[in-house]
Write a new protein. Structure first.
Lengths: 234, 101
Protein backbone atom coordinates (compact mmCIF):
# COMPACT_ATOMS: atom_id res chain seq x y z
CA UNK A 1 0.00 0.00 0.00
CA UNK A 2 1.40 3.39 -1.06
CA UNK A 3 0.44 6.66 0.65
CA UNK A 4 0.72 9.28 -2.07
CA UNK A 5 -2.09 11.84 -1.56
CA UNK A 6 -0.94 15.43 -1.14
CA UNK A 7 -4.10 16.24 0.87
CA UNK A 8 -3.44 13.44 3.35
CA UNK A 9 0.08 14.80 3.81
CA UNK A 10 -1.17 18.35 4.38
CA UNK A 11 -3.68 17.10 6.97
CA UNK A 12 -1.03 15.12 8.86
CA UNK A 13 1.22 18.19 8.84
CA UNK A 14 -1.22 20.52 10.65
CA UNK A 15 -0.42 19.47 14.25
CA UNK A 16 3.31 19.51 13.48
CA UNK A 17 3.00 23.03 12.06
CA UNK A 18 1.20 24.25 15.19
CA UNK A 19 3.89 22.81 17.45
CA UNK A 20 6.65 24.27 15.29
CA UNK A 21 5.13 27.75 15.38
CA UNK A 22 5.45 28.00 19.15
CA UNK A 23 8.95 26.54 19.24
CA UNK A 24 10.34 28.72 16.43
CA UNK A 25 8.65 31.75 18.02
CA UNK A 26 11.13 31.26 20.86
CA UNK A 27 14.00 30.84 18.41
CA UNK A 28 13.13 34.09 16.60
CA UNK A 29 12.90 35.87 19.91
CA UNK A 30 16.22 34.54 21.19
CA UNK A 31 18.01 35.29 17.93
CA UNK A 32 16.90 38.93 17.85
CA UNK A 33 17.60 39.33 21.55
CA UNK A 34 21.14 38.10 20.81
CA UNK A 35 21.61 40.71 18.08
CA UNK A 36 20.71 38.75 14.93
CA UNK A 37 18.42 40.67 12.55
CA UNK A 38 14.87 39.34 12.02
CA UNK A 39 15.70 38.73 8.33
CA UNK A 40 18.72 36.58 9.20
CA UNK A 41 16.74 34.68 11.85
CA UNK A 42 14.05 33.86 9.29
CA UNK A 43 16.71 32.85 6.74
CA UNK A 44 18.31 30.49 9.30
CA UNK A 45 14.92 28.86 9.99
CA UNK A 46 14.03 28.53 6.31
CA UNK A 47 17.37 26.95 5.37
CA UNK A 48 17.91 24.72 8.41
CA UNK A 49 14.52 23.54 9.67
CA UNK A 50 15.90 22.09 12.90
CA UNK A 51 15.56 23.27 16.51
CA UNK A 52 18.58 21.98 18.42
CA UNK A 53 20.96 22.67 15.53
CA UNK A 54 19.75 26.26 15.10
CA UNK A 55 19.97 26.92 18.80
CA UNK A 56 23.54 25.61 18.92
CA UNK A 57 24.35 27.47 15.70
CA UNK A 58 23.23 30.69 17.35
CA UNK A 59 25.68 30.06 20.18
CA UNK A 60 28.48 29.46 17.66
CA UNK A 61 27.70 32.69 15.78
CA UNK A 62 27.61 34.74 18.98
CA UNK A 63 30.91 33.35 20.24
CA UNK A 64 32.54 34.35 16.93
CA UNK A 65 33.90 30.82 16.49
CA UNK A 66 35.42 29.52 13.26
CA UNK A 67 33.41 28.10 10.36
CA UNK A 68 35.02 24.72 11.06
CA UNK A 69 33.57 24.80 14.56
CA UNK A 70 30.18 25.65 13.06
CA UNK A 71 30.41 22.73 10.63
CA UNK A 72 31.50 20.27 13.34
CA UNK A 73 28.82 21.45 15.79
CA UNK A 74 26.09 20.98 13.19
CA UNK A 75 27.53 17.63 12.16
CA UNK A 76 27.47 16.26 15.69
CA UNK A 77 24.13 17.72 16.77
CA UNK A 78 22.32 16.77 13.57
CA UNK A 79 24.00 13.41 12.90
CA UNK A 80 20.83 11.72 14.18
CA UNK A 81 19.14 12.83 10.95
CA UNK A 82 21.52 10.54 9.09
CA UNK A 83 19.96 7.56 10.86
CA UNK A 84 16.45 8.86 10.18
CA UNK A 85 17.33 9.39 6.52
CA UNK A 86 18.65 5.84 6.27
CA UNK A 87 15.42 4.61 7.81
CA UNK A 88 13.25 6.87 5.62
CA UNK A 89 15.07 5.65 2.51
CA UNK A 90 13.60 2.20 3.23
CA UNK A 91 10.15 3.70 3.82
CA UNK A 92 9.91 5.70 0.56
CA UNK A 93 8.18 3.97 -2.32
CA UNK A 94 10.47 2.68 -5.09
CA UNK A 95 8.73 5.11 -7.47
CA UNK A 96 10.42 8.06 -5.66
CA UNK A 97 13.27 9.30 -7.89
CA UNK A 98 16.68 10.50 -6.71
CA UNK A 99 15.95 14.22 -7.26
CA UNK A 100 12.68 13.80 -5.37
CA UNK A 101 14.60 12.20 -2.53
CA UNK A 102 16.86 15.27 -2.53
CA UNK A 103 13.80 17.53 -2.06
CA UNK A 104 12.26 15.33 0.64
CA UNK A 105 15.59 15.23 2.52
CA UNK A 106 15.21 18.96 3.26
CA UNK A 107 12.12 18.27 5.37
CA UNK A 108 13.29 15.19 7.26
CA UNK A 109 12.83 16.53 10.81
CA UNK A 110 12.21 14.40 13.92
CA UNK A 111 8.44 14.91 13.78
CA UNK A 112 8.00 14.57 10.00
CA UNK A 113 10.12 11.44 10.07
CA UNK A 114 8.05 10.07 12.95
CA UNK A 115 4.73 10.67 11.14
CA UNK A 116 5.99 9.25 7.81
CA UNK A 117 7.35 6.16 9.58
CA UNK A 118 4.05 5.57 11.36
CA UNK A 119 2.21 5.05 8.03
CA UNK A 120 1.63 1.40 7.13
CA UNK A 121 3.23 0.35 3.85
CA UNK A 122 5.32 2.84 1.87
CA UNK A 123 5.02 6.61 1.28
CA UNK A 124 5.25 8.47 -2.05
CA UNK A 125 6.70 11.85 -2.99
CA UNK A 126 3.34 13.68 -3.15
CA UNK A 127 2.40 12.61 0.38
CA UNK A 128 5.83 13.73 1.63
CA UNK A 129 5.60 17.16 -0.06
CA UNK A 130 2.19 17.69 1.57
CA UNK A 131 3.49 16.57 4.94
CA UNK A 132 6.51 18.89 4.79
CA UNK A 133 4.82 22.08 3.50
CA UNK A 134 2.79 23.29 6.51
CA UNK A 135 5.48 22.56 9.14
CA UNK A 136 7.89 24.69 7.06
CA UNK A 137 5.32 27.53 6.96
CA UNK A 138 4.78 27.17 10.73
CA UNK A 139 8.51 27.09 11.44
CA UNK A 140 9.36 30.15 9.33
CA UNK A 141 6.23 32.09 10.34
CA UNK A 142 6.86 31.44 14.04
CA UNK A 143 10.43 32.67 13.70
CA UNK A 144 9.26 35.90 12.08
CA UNK A 145 6.53 36.45 14.71
CA UNK A 146 9.00 35.80 17.54
CA UNK A 147 11.61 38.09 16.02
CA UNK A 148 9.11 40.94 15.70
CA UNK A 149 7.62 40.36 19.16
CA UNK A 150 11.07 40.38 20.71
CA UNK A 151 11.63 44.01 19.71
CA UNK A 152 8.41 44.96 21.54
CA UNK A 153 8.83 43.07 24.83
CA UNK A 154 10.37 44.41 28.08
CA UNK A 155 13.68 42.99 29.36
CA UNK A 156 12.07 41.20 32.33
CA UNK A 157 9.89 39.12 30.00
CA UNK A 158 12.79 38.40 27.64
CA UNK A 159 14.96 37.12 30.51
CA UNK A 160 12.20 34.69 31.47
CA UNK A 161 11.65 33.57 27.87
CA UNK A 162 15.36 32.82 27.53
CA UNK A 163 14.85 29.52 29.36
CA UNK A 164 11.99 28.33 27.11
CA UNK A 165 14.19 26.17 24.89
CA UNK A 166 16.00 24.67 27.88
CA UNK A 167 12.60 23.83 29.35
CA UNK A 168 11.70 22.12 26.11
CA UNK A 169 14.93 20.14 25.98
CA UNK A 170 14.32 18.97 29.55
CA UNK A 171 10.78 17.97 28.57
CA UNK A 172 12.24 15.84 25.75
CA UNK A 173 15.00 14.12 27.75
CA UNK A 174 13.57 13.58 31.25
CA UNK A 175 10.51 11.41 30.44
CA UNK A 176 12.66 9.01 28.37
CA UNK A 177 15.39 8.94 31.04
CA UNK A 178 12.72 8.11 33.61
CA UNK A 179 11.62 5.03 31.65
CA UNK A 180 15.01 3.84 30.39
CA UNK A 181 17.91 3.24 32.75
CA UNK A 182 20.28 3.29 29.76
CA UNK A 183 19.16 6.76 28.62
CA UNK A 184 19.36 7.90 32.26
CA UNK A 185 23.01 6.77 32.41
CA UNK A 186 23.82 8.54 29.11
CA UNK A 187 22.07 11.71 30.31
CA UNK A 188 23.88 11.57 33.66
CA UNK A 189 27.23 11.13 31.91
CA UNK A 190 26.54 14.07 29.60
CA UNK A 191 25.51 16.21 32.58
CA UNK A 192 28.68 15.43 34.55
CA UNK A 193 30.92 15.96 31.51
CA UNK A 194 29.21 19.23 30.62
CA UNK A 195 29.53 20.55 34.18
CA UNK A 196 33.21 19.51 34.24
CA UNK A 197 33.91 21.46 31.03
CA UNK A 198 32.11 24.47 32.48
CA UNK A 199 33.72 24.64 35.91
CA UNK A 200 37.12 22.88 35.90
CA UNK A 201 40.32 24.80 35.09
CA UNK A 202 41.89 24.09 31.66
CA UNK A 203 38.70 22.34 30.49
CA UNK A 204 36.69 25.55 30.76
CA UNK A 205 39.02 27.25 28.28
CA UNK A 206 37.52 25.07 25.53
CA UNK A 207 34.81 26.85 23.50
CA UNK A 208 31.19 25.94 24.10
CA UNK A 209 30.80 24.59 20.56
CA UNK A 210 33.51 21.99 21.05
CA UNK A 211 32.33 21.26 24.58
CA UNK A 212 28.93 20.19 23.24
CA UNK A 213 30.61 17.97 20.63
CA UNK A 214 32.96 16.32 23.13
CA UNK A 215 30.22 15.74 25.73
CA UNK A 216 27.82 14.33 23.13
CA UNK A 217 30.31 11.93 21.57
CA UNK A 218 31.64 10.95 25.00
CA UNK A 219 28.30 10.23 26.63
CA UNK A 220 26.68 8.59 23.57
CA UNK A 221 29.86 6.57 22.93
CA UNK A 222 30.00 5.28 26.51
CA UNK A 223 26.29 4.46 26.28
CA UNK A 224 26.74 2.55 23.02
CA UNK A 225 29.71 0.59 24.40
CA UNK A 226 28.06 -0.30 27.74
CA UNK A 227 24.40 -0.57 26.73
CA UNK A 228 23.96 -1.45 23.04
CA UNK A 229 20.26 -1.02 22.24
CA UNK A 230 18.06 -3.83 20.97
CA UNK A 231 17.00 -3.58 17.33
CA UNK A 232 13.35 -2.51 17.69
CA UNK A 233 14.02 0.56 19.85
CA UNK A 234 16.39 2.31 17.46
CA UNK B 1 30.33 36.83 7.90
CA UNK B 2 26.81 36.07 9.12
CA UNK B 3 26.01 34.65 5.67
CA UNK B 4 29.07 32.37 5.79
CA UNK B 5 27.85 31.00 9.14
CA UNK B 6 24.30 30.55 7.87
CA UNK B 7 25.34 28.76 4.67
CA UNK B 8 27.84 26.44 6.40
CA UNK B 9 25.16 25.63 8.97
CA UNK B 10 22.48 24.99 6.36
CA UNK B 11 24.83 23.11 4.02
CA UNK B 12 26.04 20.67 6.66
CA UNK B 13 22.52 20.08 7.98
CA UNK B 14 21.16 19.45 4.48
CA UNK B 15 23.97 17.09 3.45
CA UNK B 16 23.45 15.02 6.61
CA UNK B 17 19.81 14.54 5.62
CA UNK B 18 20.31 14.23 1.89
CA UNK B 19 23.30 11.89 1.48
CA UNK B 20 21.92 8.90 3.41
CA UNK B 21 18.49 9.29 1.84
CA UNK B 22 19.84 9.22 -1.71
CA UNK B 23 22.96 7.07 -1.38
CA UNK B 24 22.49 4.48 1.34
CA UNK B 25 19.88 1.89 0.56
CA UNK B 26 21.09 -0.94 2.79
CA UNK B 27 20.24 -1.05 6.48
CA UNK B 28 22.90 -0.29 9.11
CA UNK B 29 23.32 -3.50 11.10
CA UNK B 30 26.16 -2.62 13.49
CA UNK B 31 24.41 -2.56 16.87
CA UNK B 32 27.02 -0.30 18.49
CA UNK B 33 26.80 2.33 15.77
CA UNK B 34 22.99 2.21 15.85
CA UNK B 35 23.06 2.59 19.64
CA UNK B 36 25.46 5.52 19.39
CA UNK B 37 23.07 7.30 16.99
CA UNK B 38 20.12 6.47 19.27
CA UNK B 39 21.77 8.02 22.34
CA UNK B 40 23.04 11.16 20.61
CA UNK B 41 19.96 13.42 20.99
CA UNK B 42 19.76 12.78 24.75
CA UNK B 43 23.48 13.35 25.32
CA UNK B 44 23.47 16.45 23.14
CA UNK B 45 20.37 18.12 24.60
CA UNK B 46 21.63 17.48 28.13
CA UNK B 47 25.06 18.95 27.39
CA UNK B 48 23.44 22.05 25.87
CA UNK B 49 21.03 22.54 28.77
CA UNK B 50 23.25 22.02 31.79
CA UNK B 51 24.79 24.07 33.29
CA UNK B 52 23.89 26.73 30.66
CA UNK B 53 20.31 27.09 31.97
CA UNK B 54 21.67 28.28 35.34
CA UNK B 55 23.31 31.28 33.66
CA UNK B 56 20.69 32.09 31.01
CA UNK B 57 18.67 34.42 33.24
CA UNK B 58 19.26 37.58 35.30
CA UNK B 59 20.38 35.52 38.31
CA UNK B 60 21.48 31.91 38.92
CA UNK B 61 18.73 31.69 41.57
CA UNK B 62 15.99 32.12 38.96
CA UNK B 63 17.94 29.81 36.63
CA UNK B 64 17.94 27.05 39.26
CA UNK B 65 14.22 27.64 39.89
CA UNK B 66 13.51 27.24 36.17
CA UNK B 67 15.62 24.07 36.01
CA UNK B 68 13.80 22.48 38.96
CA UNK B 69 10.34 23.42 37.63
CA UNK B 70 11.19 21.94 34.21
CA UNK B 71 12.50 18.65 35.64
CA UNK B 72 9.53 18.19 38.00
CA UNK B 73 6.96 18.83 35.25
CA UNK B 74 8.87 16.67 32.75
CA UNK B 75 8.90 13.79 35.26
CA UNK B 76 5.09 14.08 35.24
CA UNK B 77 5.22 13.86 31.43
CA UNK B 78 3.65 17.25 30.73
CA UNK B 79 3.74 18.49 27.11
CA UNK B 80 6.74 20.36 25.67
CA UNK B 81 4.82 23.62 25.44
CA UNK B 82 3.50 23.40 29.01
CA UNK B 83 6.95 22.61 30.46
CA UNK B 84 8.58 25.44 28.47
CA UNK B 85 5.83 27.91 29.42
CA UNK B 86 5.87 27.02 33.12
CA UNK B 87 9.67 27.27 33.19
CA UNK B 88 9.47 30.81 31.79
CA UNK B 89 6.66 31.78 34.18
CA UNK B 90 8.64 30.40 37.14
CA UNK B 91 11.75 32.34 36.18
CA UNK B 92 9.68 35.51 35.74
CA UNK B 93 8.06 35.17 39.20
CA UNK B 94 11.33 34.38 40.99
CA UNK B 95 13.02 37.39 39.39
CA UNK B 96 10.18 39.67 40.56
CA UNK B 97 10.56 38.19 44.08
CA UNK B 98 14.32 38.80 44.00
CA UNK B 99 13.72 42.44 43.06
CA UNK B 100 11.54 42.89 46.16
CA UNK B 101 14.14 41.45 48.55
Amino acid sequence: MVHNKIKAGLRDGIPIAAGYFSVSFTFGMLAVQDGISPFHAVLISLLNLTSAGQFAGLTVILSGASLLEMALTQLVINIRYALMSVSLSQKLDHSVKSFQRMLIAYGNTDEIFAVASSKPGSVGSRYMYGLILLPVVGWVGGTLAGAVASTLLPAAVISALGVALYGMFIAIVVPVAKESRQVLMVTGTALVLSAAFYYLPVLREISSGFTIIICTIGAAGIGAALFPVKEEKV
Amino acid sequence: MIYAYIFVMAGVTYLIRMLPLTLIQKKITNVYFRSFLYYIPYACLTAMTFPAILYATQSPVSGIAGFVIAVVLALRKKSLILVAGATCAGVFCVERLLEML
